[in-house]
Design a protein around this ligand. Sequence first.
Ligand SMILES: [Zn+2]
Ligand SMILES: [Zn+2]
Length: 131
Amino acid sequence: MSQDACELLHKTQNELSNLYKVQAERFNCGICAFTLRSPHALGCGHIYCEGCLAEFFDYHRKKGTRTVFCPTCQAEIGCEPPAALHLMKHNIELIVEEGGLNAEDIFVEQGKSLDWKTVAPRRRLQSSVRP
Ligand SMILES: [Zn+2]
Ligand SMILES: [Zn+2]
């Protein structure tokens, strides 16, 4: 193969893999802002990585937060467990696999590089709620 053709092939491969990357990045987690790893939906419909949610609930359990709110829409999170979205997980994995993407680029290591202060639900205006 001539060098030109070789370069062209590399360029096309890069462009293709970028396209897949853009696709994968559409499935973003509202907590880690990376592509969803094992997506789970809360009752309000917002979707987060399973690991992010686990860390999120853990953080609030340790903090002793009584009522937890969705980091995106501030809806109260009830006691029903987050629902696993198997089809979405499958679709994301297909994109990563078909695009030959590096999973480490796509997914953030769970629980790392998260600033929990910014994802912790904002307190409601609750001056009147004092017991
Ligand atoms: Zn996440
Ligand atoms: Zn929500």
